[in-house]
Design a protein around this ligand. Structure first.
Ligand code: NCD
Ligand code: ZN
Ligand code: ZN
Length: 344
């Protein structure tokens, strides 16, 4: 039977939520990943280093006995973020970055930045201290087609931003288009991107053909197959600018299967196996370790993990539903389907 061993991977983009959600999300993630960037889009958002440290303690309280898990924290960028907060991030052992959500772009982004030019004073400090800026890269204007929102962000926001701050360390999160992949390739090592399992395995046909499949709905939305193809190429290319970020984003079943369903796919329970499936499908399983376990740590300037995990090529059926939020359910990504890899 085929097996592969890799350094334990990290997840550089995950939503753990708060309160009783942590009972589900923390064990699911900590069984696979040594570290995770814990996204700050809580209600209310995590805006200061002190709030991030308190949130980190709430996460740590749910790490199962015997597992080692190191939550890496991120602040939520608002119009009011003070330039002084950047030095505090830089000095912190546990906060690694700041996340910019354009206001209105995605789940819990109401307090996000209304116009990036208003916060250039903070960005100047980020460049100075080399603190990574993580971006949900979509414009939000009502008249821009949802399938074009990422590309428009590159042209209208990112290009001018990098012209002004060429040394800014930046992660374009959850990229979904060929244009975003090309954009990242054109810049220096300070510009990187995360890629989710759903954008490697699926495209908008999976979301829309034969009926709307709300559990495939996330933002940025799944694009056409040619974009999926490009993402597979760059993820499996061995280029260190592309690394693992699941964007695992839990929403209870009723909030997804709804006339106005929430955006987000819950991939945490089998994330590394889903990536193995994607890499293996294009004959590049040997490239998984760099993408999953080396390049993200290198970008963030953190040491690579030392322990390893093993995956076997053996069918596993993803559960159809899991318990969530004391009495509710959550439907994991690709629920009820069989994938060819299993973590031992
Ligand atoms: C995320 C969430 O639910 O928090 N949803 C999503 O569709 N990706 C937010 C985000 O990362 O944009
Ligand atoms: Zn996002
Ligand atoms: Zn996300």
């Amino acid at each position: 039977m085929e097996t592969i061993t890799l350094l334990q991977p990290d997840d550089w983009h995950a939503h753990l939520r708060d309160g009783s959600a942590l009972k589900r999300t923390v064990p699911d993630l900590a069984k696979q990943f040594a570290r995770a960037i814990c996204m700050p889009n809580l209600v209310p958002p995590v805006k200061t280093v002190d709030e991030a440290l308190a949130y980190r303690e709430r996460i740590l309280a749910h790490v199962p006995q015997g597992l080692h898990f190191d939550p890496r924290m991120v602040l939520y960028f608002t119009d009011q973020t003070s330039p002084d907060e950047v030095a505090k991030i830089h000095a912190s052992d546990y906060v690694n970055a700041i996340k910019l959500y354009p206001a209105g772009a995605t789940t819990n982004s109401d307090n996000g930045v209304s116009d990036i030019r208003k916060v250039y004073a903070v960005i100047e400090q980020l460049e100075e201290y080399q603190v990574p800026l993580l971006l949900h890269g979509e414009v939000t204007h009502q008249h821009i087609d949802i399938f074009d929102r990422e590309k428009r962000f590159l042209d209208e926001v990112l290009t001018p931003l990098l012209r002004q701050f060429p040394k800014l360390k930046l992660v374009l999160e959850h990229i979904t288009t060929s244009e975003a992949a090309t954009f990242v390739l054109e810049y220096d090592r300070n510009v990187a991107a995360t890629i989710t399992p759903q954008h490697l395995l699926f495209n908008r046909n999976d979301l829309l053909v034969g009926g709307v499949k709300p559990h495939f709905y996330c933002l940025p939305i799944l694009k056409r197959q040619s974009h999926q193809q490009t993402l597979l190429e760059v993820a499996t290319s061995g280029n260190p600018k592309f690394f693992l970020g699941t964007d695992s984003a839990p929403h209870a079943r009723h909030a997804k299967e709804n006339a106005c369903g929430c955006a987000g796919c819950y991939s945490a329970p089998t994330a590394i196996e889903l990536y193995a499936q994607a890499f293996d499908q294009v004959g590049k399983i040997e490239r998984l370790e760099g993408f999953a376990s080396h390049f993200g740590a290198d970008f963030y300037g953190l040491p690579r993990n030392e322990n390893s995990i093993t995956l076997v090529k053996e069918d596993q059926v993803i559960p159809t539903a899991l318990d969530y939020l004391d009495g509710e359910q959550i439907i994991p990504l690709y629920a009820g389907q069989t994938i060819a890899w299993r973590k031992v």
